[in-house]
Ligand binder design. Sequence first.
Ligand code: FES
Length: 157
Amino acid sequence: MANQAEHSRRSFLKRVVEFSYGIVGLLVGVPAIVTALAPVATRRKYTWIAVAKLTDLPDGQTTRVVIADKNPQGWYTVPREKVIFVKRNGNRFTVFSSTCSHLGCNVNWYPAISEFICPCHGGVYNADGKNIAGPPPHPLTKLQNRIKNNTLMVAVS
Ligand code: FES
């Protein structure tokens, strides 16, 4: 009889311990899974935006273009404008973000010297967007682009 009570108590304690492990597993596992999946759930997809008709982008030049975009701010979106630079070589297009890789100011394009220069701290990029002087740690970001109906489209996120 005493042996059966001992067995029952052990069985009960074993279940309590297993239940506790289950609770701890949920307390640790659920937040870990949510944290791991959050970037996927909140990642903004690319939006293709029309930049310009191909006839408006001179061959052999870099052109400054202002595109209209919508900036998601939680539950609503705010219209915004973005400056980009389109470098055309025949039917090859390279699209640069104007955001300086140092602290995010907008760079300007100087065709006479074929350089992008940041007005904030003097960062300099060459015509390929490579950082060549000043504090910028990285090249200018290149944006995905494609041509659709004789219009250059750019992917913004
Ligand atoms: S933000 Fe462009 S050089 Fe500092």
